[in-house]
Design a protein around this ligand. Structure first.
Ligand code: R5P
Length: 297
């Protein structure tokens, strides 16, 4: 087995190679003067399982393109099996034609990977309207969840607050992970009902309310992008008398002033996994991926 990376997930790729005692050989990726992609493998792939580790952020479009070029090349160089480890898989949110004429990007992304990769392993992909990755992938597609890691992190880091914690999911879909995580921590959970007015504006209110007054609230979500969903949920919790508000998410994209926005709404601690490598990435997902890849040894 050879572990390689296209640049976005080097920390995880190195960690996987170390734990799996596999060779780590990063790709050389550059651009020709006109901007054309240059890509080169630096190890022999003949007869090997090649694991390409690449989160699709930053630059979701180039990330996908890199993977397609790398996979096609790996096949030509004799790789036995090509496994894509995409801790964060972009393009999953456009999972239907919301408006006439729109591209269903998730289908296009999956279609490309179906053609070039043998297997994909990802973490908490945005499955809202799709029930399973099988709805878009023909190849073997493994969906891991970081719920366990998030739960353990909250339990340990916020131990002094433990008896006063509640977990909130910012929308209906988030109940799947809010409930799981709350169970691991051993505290109550509820969700808000979110109305997304546009990519840039969301409103939310609590359904089936649980007591929030005086509580230390942890808002959990799969993706934190503009931070508006979390900020809105935080304002809601604050208006219900929450004592403090923290947020722990799986994929911390944190575009533009997301962090500032959440802080302004009263969020005192913002944490994510390293599916996307940022300064708030305090939860390492490597152990999850190691267990899955051990099946390939
Ligand atoms: C939406 O369905 C997701 O679960 C997240 O709540 C959403 O992607 C967060 O986006 P933003 O941070 O831009 O509000």
């Amino acid at each position: 087995m050879i572990i390689t990376s296209c640049g976005n997930s080097e920390y995880i790729a190195r960690g996987l190679a170390k734990k799996l005692k596999a060779k780590y050989s990063p790709l050389t990726i550059a651009a020709f003067p006109d901007g054309d992609l240059y890509l080169r493998f630096n190890a022999s792939l003949q007869g090997k399982k090649v694991v390409i580790v690449q989160s699709f952020y930053p630059h979701p479009d180039m990330s996908l393109f890199d993977v397609v070029f790398a996979s096609k090349t790996a096949r030509e160089l004799g790789a036995k099996k090509i496994i894509l480890v995409a801790p964060y898989l972009a393009y999953m949110r456009q999972d239907k034609r919301f408006h006439p004429g729109e591209c269903v990007s998730s289908m296009v992304m999956a279609g490309l990977l179906n053609d070039y990769v043998d297997k994909i392993i990802t973490i908490d992909p945005h499955l809202h309207r799709y029930k399973s990755l099988k709805n878009i992938f023909k190849i073997s597609a493994v969906r891991l969840t970081a719920n366990g890691l998030l739960g353990e992190y909250i339990k340990k880091k916020y131990q002094p607050l433990r008896n006063n914690l509640v977990v909130i999911g910012p929308d209906w879909e988030s109940y799947q992970w809010a409930e799981d995580i709350a169970q691991i921590v051993g505290v109550p959970a509820t969700v808000l009902e979110k109305t997304r007015l546009s990519s840039w504006e969301v409103h939310s209110k609590m359904v089936h309310p649980i007591p929030i007054k005086g509580k230390d609230v942890v808002i959990v979500d799969d993706i934190i992008s503009t931070g508006r969903t979390i900020a809105e949920a935080a304002r809601q919790a604050k208006s219900m008398g929450a004592k403090s508000i923290r947020t722990v998410g799986v994929h911390g994209i944190f575009v533009e002033d997301a962090i500032e926005k959440m802080k302004k709404a009263g969020v005192v601690d913002i944490v994510s996994t390293n599916c996307i490598d940022k300064e708030n990435s305090k939860i390492d997902v490597t152990p999850l991926l190691v267990e899955e890849l051990k099946k390939e040894r």
